[in-house]
Design a binder for this molecule. Structure first.
Ligand code: TYD
Length: 144
């Protein structure tokens, strides 16, 4: 499965009058193995989480409840995804800058990641991120 590009994934939805059900199986509905799951909740409406990129971590972000916007930047282009259905997930590869904003009151963001938590994984400075992208492009360019 492709882990190179940002992808809006649609998960199975099993409609039921008792309540709908959706499911994620690792490496089937998402292109990664799940090493860690965390969630962001009790977010005041309109709140914003400042961006960062991960050096080696890929993630899938799902709006389990409510809505929010994910803003991604791949070093060239910025894109905004409005997440408001629990059967959609945004796959974000490593080395993509992302921030989350416009949280609705009582929204719940679930994040599945393919690495354990490590503070070392974070790039928290946008300029440092751009420098990292350029370095990767140079290395890949030299090889090609
Ligand atoms: P962080 O990812 O830094 O959030 P943000 O970039 O939006 O500020 O996480 C906030 C805190 O939570 C940070 O002190 C580390 C802790 N944390 C963990 O212990 N484990 C995790 O898997 C994550 C994502 C965060």
């Amino acid at each position: 499965m492709n882990t190179e590009t940002i992808q809006l994934l649609q998960f199975p939805k099993i409609p039921d009058r008792r309540g709908n059900l959706s499911v994620i199986e690792e490496n089937i509905h998402i292109p990664i193995s799940i090493e860690r799951v965390y969630w962001i909740y009790d977010v005041p409406g309109g709140e914003y989480r400042w961006g960062h990129a991960f050096k080696n971590t890929c993630e899938v972000i799902v709006a389990m409840s409510g809505s929010f916007d994910i803003i991604t930047h791949d070093g060239k282009q910025e894109q905004r995804y409005h997440m408001n259905r629990s059967y959609y997930g945004l796959f974000i590869p490593k080395m993509i800058w992302r921030s989350i904003e416009n949280f609705s009151t009582n929204s719940l963001a679930l994040i599945a990641a393919d690495t354990p938590y490590s503070g070392e994984e974070y790039i928290r400075d946008f300029d440092e991120f751009i420098t990292g992208i350029k370095t990767i492009e140079t290395i890949v360019g030299d090889k090609g």
